[in-house]
Design a binder for this molecule. Structure first.
Ligand code: ADP
Ligand code: ZN
Ligand code: ZN
Length: 765
């Protein structure tokens, strides 16, 4: 009788079941299996063999679920690599890899696997055929612009091929008419125009609508409407191709912001799709990528599949199954979880903004680095991997320097736009001279005024949410702290509430200090406070805030971005969210309100991160014809990182940081595995971490650091303690992980410490 090892979505190794006589299934397929008394789980057949398990009561697989291979041999190898490298179970990888509809109950998958599954249809808009002449269209625009501005804008959007026209992607600003009207169909969900305007245009016979499945708009021969690359881009493209053809599996594309890395991606993707292969474009955070997606959809039409964890389960499941049945020629744009999609003919993986720390999943397991995993997936699938960034991670940079990766530089901005001028403004000196107003130096305020007067826009970056990071008693120094976590509470203006950013605990701001009755005052500056100060100092400015509190949905986010692109606001104030990939024509001035926050993070990557962030923010200024200006406010104007940002000198930063990392054995010159132990009982936790430290020290000697107190040592009423394993380059990290895994397994069997949670994070970020 045959047996099958089945992977179940649990933190356990595969479990063996018997395959009933005549059941036809194969490795990588889904089956339903009984678990416990009366639970049924979906599992993935991992291995079929005839070794009877050495235990009584082996149960039978209940039934098969669809005939598709959901996880092909290469992806199974990928899952196995992930469990080995990131020290987790196949079940945990399965939880990350498959949409949850396909996991818990066998019924839901069956529903999809049956005949009931159909790709969904959607609504498309297209210009009426007689409008596809530029002359006719322009005539019409003239009339509509005056009489029906909303219809004018709607028509303009369709004529310019979709969302991009309004948000400043490509050439068309709100007033620019396209030279060549877009003749294809535009998915209605990409349009900003409201239904009534579209409806009116339909009644006038100017627009046509159709409801159907998305279908490839590009001709089947694979010829796509590609932008013409600039000379510099052409050269970079050639260099990338040569490196791939010369056998380099992974290539770094180091291109300054605004150099047009996306154009290079587009050409490489087109080549891949034309050969009938699949391409995967990974982006750090999908919500921040609307402009990029619109641009890709305009070129690749419905070959584009967008996938991320915020889609509904149903959408994700449909998408997964559709791809499992597909036969190549797709472009998937997705966040890191898209790595697991069943692309059977993967030819190219592009990792955009490869340095971005959101590629790392920190919780739950598998705690994988999406970029590093992409490189491994490429190797397993024989696909090429392109890592793109203006500020590469030092890990990637070193790999490029040592020749492990290929490397291509794109040093000039597209269209000859000069790099922004960067000005450092010393906050201490400004304070001494009475040139501080709220969180602004007068210099920055002046520049904002001048920008607004000239009709330009500005972006202000402050990496703290809320009104103030903490509140303090003026008299006795009392600060409001979270009762469940060892952190101060952040003041949020809305309702004047104090909120914990770790556990979500919220309480009202006390009217007076609970200790002495003195006055409680906000300390420090968050984005809300910046907006309030702007209202006082620049009352004429129209200001919008973009952070996790201000926009809580993708839709709200998209609306803010579109409105800012359409110049409904003058100044955008935001956190990290505003640093990535935005491309607005109107932005001339960018302010970084407090660079010291970034420089002084308690993290060995602080300098690298600060450089990356400031450079990214700076890249938002002056994207079009004229030079932009960036003002960095700091108390340390002579900090080398600040100077490197001003000079735009990535290499100087990299050299200096790498020297430091090498001296102190930090990545990329060492590999790290971080252990975090958690328990509600502080004394028990202390004993546990000391015991584990002693055992590991016995194995690893000085390579083990700790016990260490993490920056926040109590979260949600649990105490935390850390250990850090540092394995220098040259020593076997695989062997170290194996030893560590064995020690952790032995520790987990200790009765005394059984209730202590131990989390292992390999390559922590
Ligand atoms: P990066 O990702 O390197 O920061 P982008 O790809 O966003 O740069 O390009 C910057 C701007 O230049 C975008 O508005 C893009 O549309 C434009 N651009 C770049 N290359 C071309 C090209 N070959 N043809 C037309 N526009 C281009
Ligand atoms: Zn007090
Ligand atoms: Zn808390």
């Amino acid at each position: 009788m045959p047996y099958a090892d089945i992977v179940l979505p649990l933190a356990l190794p595969p479990f063996t079941f018997a395959l009933p006589e005549g059941m036809r299934t194969a490795e990588g397929c889904a089956v339903a299996v009984p678990l416990g008394a009366n639970r049924i789980h979906t599992g993935i057949v991992w291995r079929i063999h005839d070794r009877r398990p050495d235990r009584p009561g082996v149960k039978e697989v209940l039934r098969t679920l669809g005939a598709e291979t959901l996880v092909d041999a290469r992806h199974r190898a990928f899952w196995e690599w992930m469990t080995d490298y990131y020290m987790c179970t196949l079940g945990e990888v399965m939880r990350a890899a498959l949409p949850s509809l396909m996991k818990p109950s066998a019924r839901t998958l069956e529903e999809f696997a049956g005949a009931g599954f159909r790709p969904r249809t959607e609504r498309f808009a297209a210009l009426a055929p007689e409008l596809r002449s530029a002359a006719r269209l322009h005539e019409l625009f003239e009339r509509l612009a005056r009489r029906a501005p909303r219809q004018y804008e709607a028509l303009l959007e369709v004529a310019s091929g979709g969302a991009g026209g309004r948000t400043g992607d490509e050439a068309a600003g709100a007033d620019a008419l396209p030279d060549e009207p877009f003749a294809g169909e535009v998915p209605c969900r990409l349009l900003r125009a409201e239904r009534p305007a579209l409806e009116a245009l339909r009644r006038k016979g100017l627009l046509r609508f159709a409801e159907h499945e998305p279908r490839p708009q590009a001709p089947e021969t694979g010829r796509f409407l590609l932008p013409g690359p600039s000379a510099a881009q052409q050269e970079a493209l050639g260099a990338v191709r040569r490196q791939f053809d010369g056998g380099r599996g992974t290539v770094l594309l180091h291109g300054v912001t605004g150099s047009g890395k996306t154009e290079i991606y587009i050409h490489l993707i087109a080549e891949t799709l034309s050969r009938g292969l699949d391409a995967l474009l990974l982006v750090p955070e999908i919500a921040l990528t609307a402009q990029l997606i619109a641009r890709m959809e305009r070129v690749f039409g419905s070959r584009v599949v967008v996938y991320h964890s915020r889609l509904t389960d149903r959408r994700r499941t449909e998408c997964y199954l559709r791809l499992a049945r597909d036969n190549g020629g797709r472009l998937v744009i997705g966040a890191r979880s898209a790595l697991f999609l069943p692309l059977g003919r993967l030819g190219l993986v592009v990792v955009d903004e490869e340095h971005d720390s959101s590629y790392k999943q920190s919780d739950p397991a598998p705690r994988y680095q999406g970029r590093d995993s992409a490189v491994m997936l490429g190797r397993l699938c024989g696909a090429r991997v392109l890592l793109g960034s203006a500020t590469p991670s030092l890990e990637t940079w070193l790999n490029a320097c040592t020749g492990k990766y290929g490397s291509v530089t794109l040093a000039e901005r597209y269209g000859g736009v000069p790099a922004p001028r960067i000005v450092v403004s010393d906050v201490r000196r400004a304070a001494r001279r009475g040139e501080r107003r709220g969180p602004f130096n007068l210099l920055l305020l002046d520049r904002l005024r001048a920008t607004l007067a000239a009709g330009g826009q500005a972006m202000l970056f402050q990496n703290r949410r809320g009104f103030a990071p903490f509140v303090e008693c003026d008299a006795c120094g009392w600060t409001a702290r979270c009762p469940h976590c060892n952190v101060t509470l952040t003041l949020h203006r809305a309702g004047r509430r104090l909120v914990c950013h770790y556990c979500g605990h919220a309480e009202p701001l006390p009217a007076a200090c609970p200790g002495c009755g003195g006055a409680v005052a906000p300390r420090g500056v968050g984005t809300e406070r910046v907006v309030e100060e702007l209202a006082r100092l620049l009352p004429e400015a129209r200001v919008v805030r973009l952070d996790r509190d201000a926009v809580t949905s993708d839709r709200a986010f998209g609306a803010v971005v579109a409105d800012f692109g359409a110049r409904a606001y003058d100044i955008m104030v935001g956190t990290q969210m505003i640093t990535k990939g935005f491309d607005f024509d109107g932005v001339r001035t960018v302010g970084i309100l407090n660079a010291d926050n970034l420089l002084n993070m308690p993290d060995f990557r602080a300098a690298e991160r600060a450089f990356q962030l400031m450079t990214q923010v700076a890249g938002r200024a002056g994207r079009r014809s004229e030079q932009g200006e960036v003002i960095i406010q700091t108390g340390e104007p002579d900090n080398p990182v600040i100077r490197q940002v001003v000079a735009g000198d990535y290499e100087a930063m990299a050299r200096m940081q790498l020297a430091e990392r090498e001296r102190f054995f930090y990545p990329p010159y060492a590999r790290l595995a971080a252990l975090t132990l958690r328990h509600r009982d502080a004394a028990l936790l202390r004993d546990a971490v000391q015991e584990l430290a002693a055992r590991l020290r016995g194995r690893f000697g000085r390579r083990l650091l700790g016990p260490l107190a993490p920056p926040v040592d109590r979260i949600r009423d649990e105490h935390l303690a850390g250990l850090l394993l540092k394995i220098e380059a040259g020593a076997s990290f695989a062997r170290a992980r194996a030893l560590l895994a064995a020690e952790l397994a032995a520790f987990a069997r200790e009765r005394t410490f059984r209730s202590v949670t131990v989390v292992t994070d390999v390559d922590p970020q």
